[in-house]
Ligand binder design. Structure first.
Ligand code: EPU
Length: 419
């Protein structure tokens, strides 16, 4: 078992480079199954979710060559099974994208029931509804999902909830379907646009991604022989923006799309932080104790649930009492118990939490309960007085590449040690 040992407080200062987006990469990799050919993907984050997906694709017959630590060439001409390895697919969430992609490619697939962070109920009814409206039959049995279709046909699909996963999955299944599919009440996250851009680069005809109506005109086939670069990770960028404020630092965050960060920028300005926007990089710095705030997480372009714990760290030491309402995941406040061990005064109940701002946090042993909780605890450890030990790093490694190295480069006293 590994843990991080962080000695704080350290004001984080300097420059940090953002990697490609995890939640785009984990959809683009399965999307390569729709191409019967070769393509190169760069700006791929080298994180454990990506490594597991590559293993799954290889087990299904794909040939993957790592050209560098952030670029692969993938050849999907010899996919030889419609059975994805159940043990690996049930390890993480995004394995559900294999369903949409393989329905499109082969009309059949079996995958393990998707796992991922324990954030409360994570139903996939909207994915299934979409596949069925395109003509597939879907069965969930013994911890696995099987789906099959003789011929997928375009349809109008209204999403009852705004779902990132279901929007992308239906888009994947619809790309090679006959006729036109319209997804209404679609999610609008930057990674949805990125997956659509990837598919369009390969010959798909998807319009409207980034709005709440996406139209997919089915095409005969996709071609390979393309290179695609994954969009920068807005959640990683936001994590460092909030780390700059929490640690009383000054960071230049490079390789990001600042348009995707507007809701975070707005909140940082509202609590009294400073932001300078350069389009593809952003400087964030602290000058005074943050003001209290009221935050509600919402689908994009609202404040992202995936930055809620990191914002929680900032509000733990804000001037006054803040409230966060979490509208996406019912169990996303598990990190507050850990912050309370560090001296925070947070009362979480259901989907709301009240943060009474304290003067400072103190180091403590803490456990990451999910990916973003883990990132938040690192931010807390850097900002707190004394030594913090962060456990359960497997959650953090799922979504952040070289996290301790990035924090060390901007001044954190942080080490990964084996127990
Ligand atoms: N929902 C349903 N039915 C469905 C699908 C979703 O009721 O069929 C509900 C969920 O229970 C949730 C809401 O709709 O309340 C939104 O869920 P969504 O489908 O958008 O989430 P997801 O696709 O499972 C992705 C990210 C999450 C991120 C959410 C919200 C990936 C692999 N995961 O999850 O990322 O929190 O969107 O933005 O893209 C993370 O990166 O730490 C992470 C958890």
């Amino acid at each position: 078992m590994e843990k991080l040992i962080i000695t704080g407080p350290t004001p984080l200062k300097g420059e940090v480079e953002i990697n490609g987006a995890k939640n785009a990469a984990v959809a683009i990799l399965p999307a390569t199954l729709l191409i019967n050919g070769v393509c190169t993907i760069n700006n791929l984050p080298n994180i454990s979710d990506v490594q597991i997906l590559c293993k799954i694709l290889e087990k299904m017959g794909a040939k993957i060559t790592w050209n560098s630590s952030n670029e692969i060439t993938i050849d999907t001409r010899n996919i030889n099974t419609t059975q994805a390895p159940l043990d690996l697919t049930s390890k993480f969430r995004a394995s559900y994208y294999l369903i949409g992609a393989m329905l499109g490619r082969a009309g059949k697939i079996e995958v393990g029931m998707p796992g991922g962070c324990k954030l409360g109920a994570r139903p996939i009814d909207q994915h299934i509804k979409g596949f069925e409206l395109l003509g597939a039959s879907v069965e969930v049995r013994n911890g696995a999902i099987s789906a099959k279709a003789n011929c997928l046909k375009g349809n109008s699909i209204y999403m009852d909830v705004v779902s990132v996963g279901a929007t992308i999955n239906i888009m994947l299944a619809a790309v090679l379907a006959k006729g036109t599919t319209v997804i209404d009440n679609a999610a609008k996250e930057p990674h949805i646009v990125d997956v659509a851009n990837f598919l369009n680069t390969m010959g798909a005809d998807i319009r409207g991604a980034g709005t709440d109506v996406i139209k997919i005109n089915g095409v005969e086939k996709l071609h390979g022989d393309c290179t695609y670069s994954v969009v920068p990770d807005q959640i990683e960028a936001g994590t460092f923006m909030l780390a700059a404020i929490a640690s009383k630092g000054d960071l230049l965050i490079k390789n990001c799309i600042t348009k995707h960060l507007e809701c975070i920028t707005a909140k940082i300005l509202e609590i009294g932080g400073n932001v300078e926007d350069y389009g593809d990089s952003i400087r964030v710095w602290y000058t005074k104790r943050p003001n209290k705030a009221i935050i509600k997480t919402l689908p994009y372009p609202g404040f992202p649930t995936d930055l809620q714990p990191q914002m929680g760290v900032v509000l733990s030491t804000a001037n006054g009492t803040s409230i966060i309402n979490e509208s996406i995941w019912e169990s996303r406040f598990q990190y507050t118990d850990e912050l309370n061990k560090m001296g925070a005064k947070i009362t979480a109940q259901g989907k709301s939490a009240v943060f009474e701002g304290v003067d400072e946090l103190f180091g403590a042993p803490v456990y990451s309960t999910d990916l973003r909780a883990g990132a938040a605890l690192i931010v807390a450890g850097v900002s707190a007085n004394g030594v913090t030990e962060v456990y359960n790093l497997q959650h953090i490694d799922r979504g952040y590449e070289n996290i301790e190295e990035k924090f060390r480069k901007i001044g954190a006293n942080i080490q990964r040690v084996k127990e």
